[in-house]
Design a protein around this ligand. Structure first.
Ligand SMILES: N[C@@H](CCC(=O)N[C@@H](CS)C(=O)NCC(=O)O)C(=O)O
Length: 214
């Protein structure tokens, strides 16, 4: 059976978990945070989560894992068959990772812990996120899903990546990033209503609450 190593507080972990659920995989969750222990680095070379354990060994990097699970289980496809449309899905995923999620990462720790972020980080992140959201708005389709008529990995990655960015933008700048892209809010609600998204979101909320209490 597949084993997913990580924790539901992580947006990247939740991307893989949702894809596994949507595709109907039977899998086990192995709870761990990111860490630099020799044991964990042996299975996840940067010590990051998620990491997927399969019969042959371990895989890390979310986009790699998402492609792998599509290849071993082509039913309930989360990537279009058409090569160009596949490219468009991957383009949205890449924009979300590089230009929406990454600029906000330096602020995540302070938002989670309630510590004030550095002035440098605050000044730097917003213009980068504005550019990233504008870029995302140029490639989103919302018909009804983010890349077109089918629910794909682009919806999964965009949902969690923009979710984290939105939470940070709201806490640090009191900025609602939903205003940046026409159709974004309705799409987000549509995704949030999916059965497995509700499940993943509710475990994420519980994990966040537990983290803040601790
Ligand atoms: N590029 C990685 C990013 C994963 C990632 O950043 N995970 C976070 C948790 S959401 C993590 O492990 N952070 C710890 C660290 O950066 O050392 C992927 O695609 O899986």
């Amino acid at each position: 059976m597949l084993k997913l190593h990580g924790a539901p507080i992580s947006s990247y972990y939740n991307m893989v978990k949702l894809a596994l659920l949507e595709k109907g995989f039977d899998f086990e969750e192995v709870r761990t945070g990111p860490n630099q222990s020799p044991e964990f680095l042996a299975i996840s070379p940067m010590g990051k989560i998620p990491c997927l354990e399969v019969a042959e060994g371990f895989l890390s990097e979310t986009d790699v894992i998402l492609e792998f699970i599509q290849e071993i289980h082509p039913d309930f496809p989360l990537l279009p068959e058409d090569p160009f449309q596949r490219g468009k899905v991957r383009q949205i995923m890449r924009i979300c990772e590089l230009y929406v999620d990454q600029p906000m990462r330096p602020l995540l720790g302070s938002v989670l812990t309630g510590q004030p972020p550095s002035d440098h980080a605050v000044a730097r992140a917003r213009p980068e996120l504005e550019k990233g959201m504008a870029a995302l708005g140029r490639v989103t389709v919302f018909d009804p899903w983010i890349a077109g008529s089918d629910f794909t990995n682009a919806d999964i990655v965009a949902y969690f990546a923009t979710g984290v960015a939105a939470a940070i933008a709201s806490a640090v700048y009191q900025w609602d990033i939903g205003d940046a892209i026409e159709g974004y809010r309705q799409w987000r609600q549509r995704v949030g209503e999916r059965h497995f998204v509700r499940e993943v979101d509710s475990e994420w909320r519980a994990a966040l609450q537990a983290f803040r209490k601790a």
